[in-house]
Ligand binder design. Sequence first.
Ligand SMILES: NC(=O)c1ccc[n+]([C@@H]2O[C@H](COP(=O)([O-])OP(=O)(O)OC[C@H]3O[C@@H](n4cnc5c(N)ncnc54)[C@H](O)[C@@H]3O)[C@@H](O)[C@H]2O)c1
Length: 194
Amino acid sequence: MAWDAEPAAASPRVCCQLQEDEAAAVHRTARLRGLCLGQLGNMRPIQENGELRIESRLDKIIEPLREKIRDLEKSFIQKYSPVKFLSEKDCKRILVTGGMGFVGSYLMDKLMMDGHKVTVVDNFFMGRKRNMEHWIGHENFELINHDMLEQLSIEVDQIYHLASPASPPSYMYNPFKTLKTNTVGTLNMLGLAK
Ligand SMILES: NC(=O)c1ccc[n+]([C@@H]2O[C@H](COP(=O)([O-])OP(=O)(O)OC[C@H]3O[C@@H](n4cnc5c(N)ncnc54)[C@H](O)[C@@H]3O)[C@@H](O)[C@H]2O)c1
């Protein structure tokens, strides 16, 4: 039955057919709606189950990561060598230049364990980080990345000046820099000690 047919011109049989078609259409729509509503009603528990499943999956992924973070945090808690307690009168502020090097790092260890406040100045040219990393974060320890050719303003009680490219490969790498470090660097430290 065409939708644009004129109802007034339709015969009683046609009208009846039209009513049947309308009823069928309404019935179909209602069935479809009912189906959809039914489906939505059934979907809720499925969705809730899905969310629960996703949450439990996420927990499974996140838990090992949490454990890793806990392990990392534990490994970052530094255990320092025992340090003597000195009264304010006896505790000195000590500057060690070249403190990341061979001689400087042993001296720095000794001064730290004796309870002094130690400032290490080094330009990281030859020094090794592992020579002093066991003191990083200690309240008595400070590391300054500085080249001895530049002036340094710092308040200290004692100075140990060991910054020098001492080994043959280092001083031959740049002989002029070596000469300058040993002369200008030493003059700068003498100026600070004045
Ligand atoms: N190693 C020995 O057996 C020995 C013996 C006698 C004297 N010394 C003297 O002791 C001093 C240190 O010797 P070392 O064996 O510890 O040397 P090293 O090379 O191990 O340490 C020297 C440190 O000085 C730093 N440095 C170099 N130039 C610098 C600059 N311009 N500014 C800041 N830091 C700088 C380096 O990065 C390094 O950490 C040197 O003057 C050396 O002649 C060493």
